[in-house]
Design a protein around this ligand. Structure first.
Ligand code: ATP
Length: 255
């Protein structure tokens, strides 16, 4: 038995991810000598919204970065649609329609909204999911009215929308979102939530990293709780909501 096989059967016993879109098994990764992920296993099924929650520094961003090949795993396996993508570069992973929207959004301040979107085309996939920037723009109310506005003139919420729109242009079957609501005003958070719901309705699966547990509970069907590089809990929204110990001890939410 390979390490973590028991982990895997636990998940399958729970009836999740019999045929996962994303399957992460026993991922070990870090930066130089610093080990951050200590055997992370999770899965996202077709059409699911799944959250990865945890305190600051738990390793959430590192997990996403390892999934997209931005951090080279020391051990473990990442599979997308059954294909082993563990050792692929970020570009190669993105071509398989795995879209990553990093926390820092990476909007080009000197380029317009339309130009930022066209950049999504570069390096993206050519498959059915890859979309015309104009069509994507049409779906984003705030952005479509200002295609010539510079990235530097956008609000935090507009930048987040643009980062997600750009990921859609590149093509997304699976969207990896790193703290999309961070720093946004509550009414903008609602808009981001609506957007994620709409995208999911269109058939895009989502792995959502969130510090804001309420947003995660609102949006996701299932949740993985990460603490110091290990998954310490997984469950549905109802189960997590009612688990005072996990909410308090691992997420710092007093219930
Ligand atoms: P946050 O919510 O603060 O972003 P996180 O759960 O996403 O937290 P990570 O960003 O994955 O956590 O960081 C996990 C650990 O890895 C932290 O201790 C962090 O300091 C460390 N770390 C992150 N990036 C690097 C890096 N490039 N080099 C060295 N250490 C890093």
């Amino acid at each position: 038995m390979t390490p973590g096989e028991s982990d895997r059967s636990d998940r399958l016993d729970a009836g999740w991810c019999d045929d996962p879109l994303l399957d992460v098994a026993d991922l070990v990764a870090g930066y130089g000598a610093t080990e951050v992920l200590r055997g992370v296993s999770l899965c996202v099924g077709e059409g699911e919204v799944v959250s990865l929650v945890g305190r600051n520094g738990a390793g959430k961003t590192t997990t996403l970065r390892a999934i997209v090949g931005n951090v080279a795993p020391d051990a473990g396996r990442v599979a997308f649609r059954g294909e082993d993508v563990t050792r692929l570069s970020t570009e190669e992973t993105v071509r398989r329609n795995v879209a990553f929207v990093p926390e820092e959004r990476r909007i080009f301040p000197g380029l317009t909204v339309a130009e930022n979107l066209r950049i999504g085309r570069l390096g993206g996939s050519d498959t059915a999911r890859s979309r015309d920037p104009q069509d994507v723009l049409a779906e984003f109310e705030n952005l479509r009215e200002h295609p010539d506005r510079l990235g530097s003139a956008l609000s935090g919420g507009e930048q987040q929308m643009l980062a997600i729109a750009r990921a859609l242009v590149a093509g997304a079957d699976l969207l990896l979102l790193d703290e999309p609501t961070e720093g946004l005003a509550p009414f903008v958070v609602r808009r981001v939530e609506d957007l994620v719901r709409n995208l999911n309705d269109e058939g895009i699966s989502v792995l959502l990293v969130e510090q804001n547990v309420q947003v995660a509970l609102e949006l996701a069907d299932r949740h993985y709780v990460l603490d110091r590089g290990e998954i310490v809990y997984h469950g549905t929204s109802d189960e997590l909501r009612e688990n005072d110990e996990v909410m308090d001890r691992h997420l710092g939410v007093t219930t």
